[in-house]
Design a protein around this ligand. Structure first.
Ligand code: ADP
Ligand code: MG
Ligand code: ZN
Length: 500
């Protein structure tokens, strides 16, 4: 079902007439080995319903037990977001019927979340910092997944639906911002920058694999508009499960333009959830939003309050890693690059990849060169983000090492990297399989050189006459004859020697 195309207002006009107000809710699946309230494994991609037990499929009489690791992760997230940690927080039952939620309620934290009142400073593309205030970070459990069979894969038009409860009960932390006010035309950029910074932070904390494409990081974007003379927030919509960084920016822009058109035409914004459509960057109406009362929250009677000791919280505070932006500032100094260069590296998402490549043994210059030129082009032509290229920093470092050792020329090295990207295996294996190593054996080169010299007597004359530059053509022929596997500098030496 496609919704009728909505009226959209021109973006500049939206900004002239309205102020956007945003609220971002990010769900992160924790990377614990087991689920939130039972011992079932959490691994992604297992056969349906093979990671379930009486607790996570809600059989009567089963009892939940809190996963201590999940609490530890939630506290570390809270501390990294500059939140206060509540000495005693409780779980509640959030009651609603959903086929992929077998208990008919979700165990979640409601009025006493474990972490609250924090902030995250995020960098915008022009290098300025924007502070996003955090309202709370609370723990809850994930739902299962419905698979709609037949039709387009959506529930409309499907023949039947299947339920997979492997994900039911996987620990989640939901991080909710306070309303973000005053961003104006930069609202979509702030939204993207925030989710990016949060992703980097969670990754550095090693609490999640933060794969947006696999749903381990999911963003819901709330948006409303205020007319320039208004004193109260407008009615918001909540666009659900926006599953890439780019989509966050697109979804916010779209809602701003759609809501502005509705309001200007004298219409009202309905408080509702909206679906984001990846394919055309639009949103369409979902369900009318329940209010808190509809969920009939009450304290979970089967779980005691979570009461982390002050000592434990303090101890967890000492395990926080260097934060990504602090690390970045340090790295910039180490690499000795300008603010502009660093900002470009940040904007293309190359910094952490370069750091990892350097950690794996490459020089900063070589690592930077590879990620911002050859690999950036590859990402571009393959239509993926740099970080999602199927080559690891360690593999890039290996390729750079082969160049440093003189085993590969840059051209050959790019062939090897391309083969890694095409899934052909490890760099060394590819070099061996394809016989790509630089020809080091002078006698093997000499044959090709003799041939090239014999074919170009006029050039030989020129070289002998002192025109060293003319040797370029001979070197080119030799490189061609050796399928790029000779070292051009060595060939040049041998050519000149032969013409003496
Ligand atoms: P819900 O249960 O509806 O998801 P939450 O409190 O979890 O509500 O999240 C609501 C989000 O929307 C928060 O980030 C909040 O700051 C933000 N928000 C609240 N009111 C508005 C508004 N009028 N316009 C935009 N965002 C809002
Ligand atoms: Mg919410
Ligand atoms: Zn279970």
């Amino acid at each position: 079902m496609t919704a009728a195309a909505a009226e959209l207002m021109d973006y500049d006009q939206v900004i002239a007439e309205f102020d956007p107000v945003m609220g971002l809710e990010v769900h992160v699946e924790l990377g614990t080995a087991t689920k939130m309230f039972c011992g079932c494994p959490t691994a992604f991609g297992a056969d349906p319903n093979t990671q379930v037990c009486p607790v996570c499929i809600g059989l009567p009489g089963s009892l939940p037990v809190v996963n201590q690791k999940a609490i530890e992760y939630a506290i570390r997230i809270g501390l990294a977001l500059n939140c206060s940690i509540r000495p005693s927080s409780v779980f509640a039952r959030k009651n609603y019927f959903y086929p992929d939620q077998p208990k008919n309620y979700q165990i979640s934290q409601y009025d006493e979340p474990i972490a609250f009142d924090g902030y995250l400073d995020v960098q915008l593309t022009d290098g300025t910092t924007w502070r996003v205030d955090i309202e709370r970070a609370h723990m809850e459990e994930d739902t299962g997944k419905s698979l709609h069979i037949g039709g387009s894969g959506r529930i409309q038009g499907a023949d039947h639906s299947l339920l997979d409860y492997n994900r039911a009960g996987v620990p989640l932390v939901e991080i909710v911002t306070k309303p973000i006010v005053g961003a104006g035309e930069r609202a979509p950029e702030v939204a993207r920058a925030y989710v990016t910074a949060l992703r980097d932070l969670l990754k550095a904390l090693e609490v999640s694999d933060v794969r947006m494409d696999q749903g381990s990081l999911r963003c819901d974007a709330n948006l409303s508009l205020m007319a320039k003379d208004a004193t109260e927030f407008g009615t918001r919509t909540e666009t659900k499960n926006v599953n890439s960084l780019k989509s966050v920016e697109i979804a916010v822009t779209y809602e701003m333009r759609r809501q502005a058109a509705v309001l200007t035409a004298g219409g009202e914004i309905v408080q509702e959830t909206r679906h984001f459509h990846e394919t055309d960057g639009t949103t369409s109406a979902g369900r009318r939003k329940e209010t808190a009362e509809d969920y009939r929250y009450f304290p979970e009677p089967d779980l005691p309050p979570v009461q982390p000791s002050e000592e434990w919280i303090a101890e967890l505070g000492t395990t926080l890693p260097e934060l990504p932006w602090v690390r970045r500032a340090r790295i910039q100094e180490e690499w000795g690059v300008s603010d502009e260069v660093m900002r470009d590296l940040v904007n293309v998402g190359a910094v952490d990849l370069i750091i990892a490549t350097v950690d794996a043994g490459a020089s900063p210059e070589a690592a930077r060169g590879w990620w911002v030129s050859f690999l950036a082009q590859q990402a571009n032509s393959r239509g993926v983000e740099l970080a999602d290229l199927p080559i690891s920093p360690a593999q890039v470092a290996t390729v750079i090492g082969l160049v440093d050792e003189g085993k590969l020329t840059t051209k050959l090295a790019q062939q090897v990297a391309t083969a890694v990207l095409d899934g052909e295996g490890e760099p060394e294996q590819i070099v061996a399989d394809r016989g790509l190593e630089v020809v080091r054996d002078d006698s093997a080169l000499q044959k090709a050189i003799d041939e090239a010299l014999a074919n170009n007597p006029d050039i030989v004359e020129k070289i002998r006459g002192g025109k060293v530059k003319a040797a370029g053509k001979i070197v080119g022929d030799v490189m061609k004859a050796t399928r790029g596997q000779a070292d051009p500098a060595r060939v040049q030496e041998l050519v000149l020697a032969a013409c003496q």
